[in-house]
Design a protein around this ligand. Structure first.
Ligand code: UD1
Ligand code: MG
Length: 481
C-alpha cells in the first residue's frame, strides 16, 4: 500500500530528565546508533509523503543527526507535551491525510510493524490506531483502556491510574496512526490536566472516543518493539535487544558466534560464511570480515576490513585498517589507522602498526613498533624492532624492501631506506640508508676481557679469605644484592 498520503512525525524535542544527562534523550545510543536515527531508518522504507522531526532540547545536535536523511525539522520551544508537539507541527503536516506519530525514544519498532499499523488504520477508516504491547511489567507506561474487541476507550497515564487500572498490562507505545482531519478537532479539546501542565497526546484518544470516533489498537508482534527509553536501564535493555538481533542476523548468514551474549556487533558490520567469533569480541563501525576468519576472544575491531581466512588471535585492537586474506595477527597486536597488511603476512604479539604497509608474506612477529613504514614482500622484522618515525616535530617514512632481514632490537631512524635483500645486524641503530644486498651494522664493537670476572669476584670477597663479605664491606664495594 502506498503511503504518499501520510506524513511521519517523530517526537524528539524532550530533554529526557529521567536519564540524568546533559545530552538530549534521543541522541543517546543503543544498538550502535542514536535512538532517533533508528526511528528515522525504520520509517524510511514506508515511502511517506514527508518525514518531520519535532526538535527542541539541543535542537541543533538532533537536527545534525537526522540531517543525512530526508527529514524536515520543526522546533518546539518550550516543550509543553506530546500533544503540544503535534500542534507545533500542524503546518508542516499540511494536507497529508494521515499522520504516523512516533516517539524518538522507542527505537526497536520495525518497518513491517509500522506497515501493518497503517494498513489496519486505513482499512478500518479509523480516527486513530495505536500500536500497543502487553508487558509483564507495564509500570511507567500509559495503559490502554479497551472498549470492546479491537477498539480503545482511552489511554490512562501512570500517574492517573486508579488502583483497579493498575492491573492493566497493555501499554501505549506512543506510536499511532491518525486521520488528520479527525485529529485536530480532538486535540483542540485537550486541556493540560496534569501536574506538569502539559498537553498530552494520549488525552486526544479519550476525546476521539467520546466524540464517537473509532480508535483501534494493534498489538506489536514483538512486545519489545514498543519499549521506550526513559532511563539508563531502559537504554541498556534496548541495546541488549538490538545486539541480539544483529548477532542472529550474522548467525543466520552462516557465522558461528560463541557465547553470543558476550559479543557486541554494530549494525553495519558484515561477516562471511564459516567465520567464527569467539566470546567477548567487539565488532564496531563498518567492520567487514571475509569468509572462514576467526576472531579470537577479547579483540576489538573498528572499521576494519578483513579478507578471507584471516586469524585474529586474542586481545587485538584493530582500527581503520585493512588486512588481506590468510593473515595471522596477534595475540595482543594493535593496528592503528591506515595500516594495510597484505596477503599471508604475520603480525605477532605486542606489535603496534601505524599507517604502514606490510607486504605479502612478510613477518613482524614480536614486540615491534612500525609506523609510517612500507615493507615489501617476504621480509622478516626481528623481535623488538622500532621505527623511529618522529623527532618531536614531524613524522618521517621508513622504507624496507623485499626479502629484507632486520635483526632483533634494531632501531631504524627515519627517514631511512633498507634495500631489497639487505640485512641489518641485530641491535643496530640505523641512521643511513642500507643499500640492496648489503649488511648494515651500527652498534658498539664488542670487547672481551679474559679473566675479568674472577678478578672482580676476588676483589669483592673481603681480604680474599674466602669468607662471605660483611654488610659493611659490600656497601663499601658498592655492590647490591
Ligand atoms: C509517553 C506516553 C505514554 C507511553 C510512552 C511510551 C504521553 C503523555 N505519554 O510517555 O502513554 O506509554 O510514551 O514510550 O504521551 N516529546 C516532545 N515534546 C514534548 C514532550 C515529549 O517532542 O513536549 C518527545 C520526547 O522527546 C520523546 C517522546 O516525545 O521522544 C515521548 O516523550 P516522553 O517524555 O518519553 O513520554 P513518556 O513519559 O515516555
Ligand atoms: Mg518515553
Amino acid at each position: 500500500m502506498a503511503n504518499n498520503d501520510a506524513a511521519i512525525l517523530i517526537l524528539a524535542a524532550g530533554k529526557g530528565t529521567r536519564l540524568k544527562s546533559s545530552l538530549a534523550k534521543v541522541l543517546h545510543h543503543a544498538g550502535g546508533r542514536a535512538l532517533v536515527e533508528h526511528v528515522v531508518r525504520s520509517c524510511e522504507p514506508l515511502g511517506a509523503k514527508k518525514t518531520i522531526a519535532v526538535i527542541g532540547y539541543e535542537a541543533e545536535k538532533v537536527a545534525e543527526v537526522v540531517a543525512p536523511y530526508e527529514v524536515e525539522t520543526v522546533v518546539q520551544q518550550p516543550q509543553k507535551g506530546t500533544g503540544h508537539a503535534l500542534l507545533v507541527a500542524k503546518r508542516a503536516i499540511g494536507n497529508a491525510k494521515y499522520v504516523v506519530v512516533l516517539p524518538g525514544d522507542a527505537p526497536l519498532v520495525r518497518t513491517e510493524t509500522l506497515r501493518a499499523l497503517i494498513h489496519k488504520h486505513k482499512k478500518a477508516e479509523a480516527a486513530a490506531t495505536i500500536l500497543t504491547a502487553v508487558l509483564a511489567d507495564p509500570s511507567g507506561y500509559g495503559r490502554i483502556l479497551r472498549k470492546s474487541g479491537d477498539t480503545v476507550a482511552a489511554i490512562i497515564e501512570e500517574l492517573q491510574l486508579t488502583a483497579e487500572q493498575r492491573e492493566l498490562n497493555e501499554i501505549n507505545s506512543s506510536i499511532y496512526c491518525f486521520t488528520v482531519a479527525k485529529l485536530w478537532p480532538a486535540l483542540a479539546q485537550v486541556k493540560p490536566n496534569n501536574k506538569h501542565g502539559e498537553i498530552y497526546l494520549t488525552d486526544a484518544i479519550g476525546v476521539l472516543n467520546a466524540n464517537g470516533e473509532t480508535v483501534l489498537a494493534e498489538i506489536a508482534p514483538d512486545a519489545r518493539e514498543a519499549l521506550g527509553c526513559n532511563t539508563r536501564a531502559d537504554l541498556a535493555g534496548v541495546d541488549r535487544t538490538f545486539r541480539e538481533w544483529k548477532r542472529d542476523e550474522l548467525m543466520n548468514n552462516g557465522v558461528t558466534i560463541q557465547l553470543p551474549e558476550t559479543v557486541l556487533i554494530d549494525p553495519e558490520v558484515t561477516a562471511g560464511e564459516d567465520s567464527v567469533i569467539e566470546p567477548c569480541v567487539q565488532l564496531l563501525g563498518k567492520t567487514k570480515i571475509g569468509a572462514r576468519c576467526t576472531i579470537k576472544t577479547g579483540s576489538v575491531l573498528l572499521d576494519a576490513m578483513l579478507g578471507d581466512d584471516v586469524t585474529i588471535e586474542p586481545h587485538c585492537v584493530i582500527t581503520k585498517s585493512r588486512i588481506e586474506s590468510e593473515v595471522i595477527a596477534g595475540p595482543f597486536a594493535r593496528l592503528r589507522p591506515e595500516s594495510h597488511v597484505k596477503k599471508g603476512a604475520r603480525i605477532g604479539n605486542f606489535v603496534e602498526l601505524k599507517k604502514s604497509v606490510i607486504g605479502e608474506g612478510s613477518k613482524v612477529p614480536h614486540l615491534s613498533y612500525i609506523g609510517d613504514t612500507k615493507i615489501g614482500t617476504k621480509s622478516n622484522i626481528g623481535a623488538g624492532t622500532i621505527t623511529c618515525n618522529y623527532d618531536g616535530f614531524a613524522k618521517y617514512p621508513t622504507t624496507i624492501g623485499n626479502r629484507v632481514f632486520i635483526g632483533s632490537d634494531s632501531v631504524l631512524i627515519a627517514p631511512v631506506k633498507i634495500g631489497d635483500g639487505a640485512y641489518v645486524a641485530a641491535s643496530s641503530a640505523i641512521t643511513d640508508n642500507v643499500p640492496a644486498d648489503a649488511l648494515g651494522i651500527a652498534r658498539g664493537k664488542q670487547v672481551n676481557k679474559p679473566g675479568w670476572a674472577s678478578k672482580k669476584r676476588r676483589e669483592l670477597t673481603a681480604g680474599g679469605s674466602g669468607k662471605k663479605s660483611s654488610k659493611k664491606s659490600r656497601k663499601k664495594a658498592g655492590t647490591r644484592r
